[in-house]
Design a protein around this ligand. Structure first.
Ligand code: MN
Ligand code: MN
Length: 467
């Protein structure tokens, strides 16, 4: 009996897939690096809550590491480190490889926009002596989650004379914050009978911004006037200037460790900072790659990637064509030979909501970076579905470099679905697969990820671009 057991155990060891907690096999060296990386990441989360701020932080890091802004008349050669900013909301960085660029580039694509509440273009109003901003939510949110939490306001206002005012209020301990109200439970009898989608409606997401009236003389809309007066004195803006503004209300929370063992990180915008920061750091830390490296941190993923700062536009393609031409190559040939990691998050299995996950095919916290062959909804609608061959190549690469990884798709079949930028890059004739960090409570104002998974994303992107 014992003998037979031994045989089956040996066979299982040989034949069964291994799906184990990453802490059972992470090296002490990696574990140490993982903790340091997590501290850098929390810093970034606190500094870059919008796509514009993420671009600024990225460019600062790039400049400090030998990257220079690409100009078309520059002559490129191996080892050059360049970047190009797209309208302040996306950034592409590249390191020219030693191999001819026709052999293809190693592309990493992550997004730096996150769900939030955007101000409408005519946002300010007074109602019963309270001043409020109308908002229009951005990305897929559960609207009720955005009430009764402190919110900060970030963005830009382009004034009538064309000058730019940059706004960031609510992050400093001494700043005021803003607030969307919810009903008290005592009077929520009717509200609590609504379905979740209607619990708080889109037009209920009004930001409370003040209550003191203008007092020098009697007038109508005195609270609104007082707010405008404060804004005029501080920023020199008038009400009409909101028309040409992009102001985003985001959670005012700071990133913190979660748990007695501090193994998780709570923060706003893990989707997709927990992939875009590792992708950026992988590029910055990459020395003399063989293949040309291109990393793009893009905008507008959360609204479907349309618009000239999203990856449905041609800005990435144009950049690759430009550097290909600069190096004497045909851009189309370069793309066809290229490989891409679409660096975006996946849903982590949540033991409180097991019914939406199919346990053999979902991502778990601490099992490492997640490789997702396809995304989409229903019958794989809207996905690129990486080939078995390319999936096999990435799997071999990860195993050969001791990256702790797992595979998972987004929830049960027909439970919902979602997509990433993978399809748009694959449409350029590039081999593409999704790879990213599993997230708990994705798209909530405060999301959670594991430090181990975050570090493994950095390691995965690093070995991919160096290969
Ligand atoms: Mn995402
Ligand atoms: Mn998302």
């Amino acid at each position: 009996m014992e003998k037979e057991n031994k045989k089956s155990n040996a066979l299982k060891e040989k034949l069964f897939i291994k799906r184990e907690n990453g802490y059972s096999r992470i090296s002490s060296e990696d574990e140490k690096a993982c903790m340091a990386f997590s501290e850098d990441y929390k810093n970034l989360l606190n500094k870059a809550k919008t796509e514009r701020e993420a671009v600024e932080e990225a460019v600062e890091l790039l400049k400090a590491n030998g990257f220079i802004e690409y100009k078309r008349d520059m002559k490129l050669s191996a080892g050059d480190r360049i970047y190009r900013i797209n309208r302040g909301k996306s950034v592409i960085m590249s390191i020219i490889g030693t191999a001819p660029i026709e052999e293809g580039i190693r592309l990493c694509a992550a997004h730096i926009d996150s769900p939030r509440l955007d101000l409408k273009q005519n946002p300010l109003y007074e109602d019963h002596e309270l001043a409020l901003f109308k908002t229009h939510y951005y990305g897929g949110i559960k609207k009720y989650q955005w009430t009764a939490i402190p919110l900060a306001l970030h963005g830009v206002i382009i004034k009538a004379d064309g000058t730019t005012v940059t706004v960031s209020i609510g992050e400093d301990e001494n700043d005021p914050v803003f607030y969307v109200t919810d009903l008290l439970p005592h009077l929520a009898t009717e509200q609590m009978t609504r379905t979740g989608a209607k619990l708080i409606k889109g037009e209920d997401l009004n930001l409370l911004i003040g209550s003191v009236p203008f007092r020098e003389d009697e007038c109508s809309e005195a609270v609104k006037l007082n707010i405008l007066n404060i804004l005029y004195e501080k920023y020199g803006i008038t009400e009409a200037d909101f028309i040409s503004s992009e102001l985003e209300a985001v959670p005012a929370f700071k990133a913190r460790d979660i748990g007695f063992d501090r193994s998780l990180i709570g923060g706003y915008g893990h989707d997709d900072r927990c992939c875009s920061y590792p992708a950026l750091r992988a590029a910055v830390d990459c020395k003399a790659p063989v293949h040309t490296v291109v990393t793009v941190l893009t905008d507008k993923e959360e609204t479907g990637s349309d618009g000239n700062t999203g990856l449905c536009s041609s800005y990435l393609e144009f950049f690759i064509y430009d550097i290909a031409a600069n190096l004497g190559a045909n851009g189309r040939h370069v793309l066809s030979a290229s490989e891409c990691l679409s660096a975006d998050v996946n849903a982590a299995f949540d033991p409180t909501f097991p019914e939406v996950a199919e346990k053999n095919n979902c991502a778990f916290i601490n099992r490492g970076v997640c490789i997702t062959k396809y995304t989409g909804a229903r019958g794989k609608s809207g996905t690129s579905d990486a080939s078995a061959e390319y999936t096999g190549r990435i799997r071999r690469l990860m195993d050969s470099k001791d990256v702790i990884w797992q595979t998972g798709e987004l929830g049960k079949v027909d439970m919902g679905g979602g997509g990433t930028v993978a399809a748009y890059i694959a449409n350029l004739d590039v081999d593409t697969i999704d790879m990213g960090v599993p997230v708990l409570a994705m798209h909530a104002p405060y999301e959670a990820i594991s430090k181990l998974d975050l570090y493994m994303a950095y390691k995965a992107f690093s070995v991919f671009i160096a290969d």
